[in-house]
Design a protein around this ligand. Structure first.
Ligand SMILES: [Fe+2]
Ligand SMILES: [Fe+2]
Length: 401
């Protein structure tokens, strides 16, 4: 049974939460405590799946409390509850908090957020990988884009459009911006799935303080296997993103769906970055195993980690509260038939775009590493669209005469 801990110094708030969630007491084990120190003692004895903490508490505030939780119990999902008067504080805890909820809390939003967090807990069977992944507060940024970003923000006449041009090409920066704007804290009625929209919502000053003072983006100090690793994943991700957007455009679907597919493509291999940075030795082992045993990269990852980069990426960005269709496109990009969705979706576009990007990549084994799921495409009635999409991409990539 999922165990959830609520921490708030106001007894009235705890009472209200208890009443609001009463109907779920058979589904979840819930405890309610009044302070950070008390809650940390409790956690030593009772590991919980999710903590929901108030931001303003005397003694230890919510951000300090969750920082401790991240350190001591990294696999616990960390959610902060905060009033709308605290935007500065919210920005400060973007690293230690998985999700943000606004106060007073809409019961349906709270239940939906907790349900999603509870389900995620079961999606990764490897506890060690789960701990390392849940502890991640940022994704590595492509070095050249990171430098460009700092220079742009320091320049007095930089515009939000200049910043957007950089963010939308970098998986790490895009994921972080979407995490922030999609939090329930901002109370938006619709998910934001494009980096450009996220930036215009936050505004230049907030972006500046996030990047220059709070350092929400950074390059990693430890090198993953193969010095070009980030660049390789990035190049492939960008190709997949562009292809996914074109596929959705070919289906005459609106702009927001094209942008969602672009983001899904850009982020689809996030799990590779997570595994390579946190478990460099084992990730190198999986890559070698795929070659020596002549098995797929996915099978090799399963043998070494008992999960794949698709599971890991979906888990992390699910924890960060990214829109469900984007998370689904990460989790199932190699096995779209596992999704319950039986219509053309962002997942379909990302699955096909990934396969076509591998097809166009001439390096050995690339094509075989991400085959198209013909059965899935036939079931959706899309099997004969693949050649059309392939041709559209081909035309786009052909040098202009
Ligand atoms: Fe992949
Ligand atoms: Fe891929």
């Amino acid at each position: 049974m999922t165990h959830i801990l609520f921490v708030d110094d106001e007894p009235m708030v705890l009472d209200a939460l208890q009443r609001m969630l009463r109907s779920l007491r058979h589904e979840w084990q819930m405890d309610f405590l009044s302070g950070g120190a008390e809650a940390l003692d409790f956690l030593e004895q009772h590991p919980v799946d999710v903590v929901v903490a108030d931001m303003r508490m005397p003694g230890m505030n919510g951000a300090e409390f969750l920082k401790e939780v991240r350190q001591r119990h990294p696999q616990t999902v960390r959610i902060i509850l905060s009033g709308h008067a605290d935007p500065e504080l919210i920005l400060q805890c973007i690293g230690t908090t998985h999700q943000f909820l606004s106060k007073p809390c809409d019961p349906e939003v709270l239940k939906r957020t907790l349900r999603r967090a509870a389900l995620l807990g079961n999606s990764l069977p490897n506890e060690a990988v789960k701990k390392l992944t849940a502890r991640m507060d940022r994704l590595p940024t492509v070095p050249v884009l990171y430098t460009q970003m700092i220079e742009t923000l320091q320049s007095p006449d930089a515009s939000l459009d200049d910043v957007a041009l950089i963010v939308q090409r970098d998986p790490g920066m895009t994921a972080k911006m979407l995490k922030l704007v999609n939090s329930a804290y901002f109370g938006l009625s619709q998910s934001i799935t494009s980096a450009v929209e996220a930036l215009s919502f936050l505004g230049m000053e907030t972006v500046k303080s996030l990047v220059l003072s709070l350092h929400v983006f950074s390059q990693y100090e430890t090198a993953p296997p193969g010095s070009n690793f980030v660049t390789e994943v990035w190049t492939h991700s960008l190709r997949t993103a562009e292809a996914a957007r074109i596929i959705v455009r070919q289906e005459d679907l609106p702009n927001n769906q094209q942008e969602e597919a672009f983001v899904g493509g850009l982020l689809h291999d996030t799990g590779k970055l997570v595994l390579a940075y946190n478990c460099a030795t084992n990730y190198g082992k999986a890559c070698r195993l795929a070659t020596t045993e002549n098995i797929s990269q996915l099978e090799a990852e399963r043998q070494v980690f008992a999960c794949t980069h698709a599971d890991v990426g979906g888990y992390l960005l699910g924890l960060w509260g990214l829109p469900a269709p984007v998370v689904e496109s990460l989790t199932f990009h190699h096995a779209p038939a596992m999704s319950l969705n039986e219509r053309f979706s962002t997942l379909t576009a990302v699955h096909v775009a990934n396969a076509l990007a591998h097809e166009a990549d001439k390096s050995p084994g690339s094509r075989a590493s991400a085959p198209l799921d013909d059965e899935y495409l036939t079931k959706l009635g899309l099997a004969d669209r693949v050649n059309f999409w392939r041709e559209a991409l081909h035309q786009l990539r052909a040098p202009h005469r």
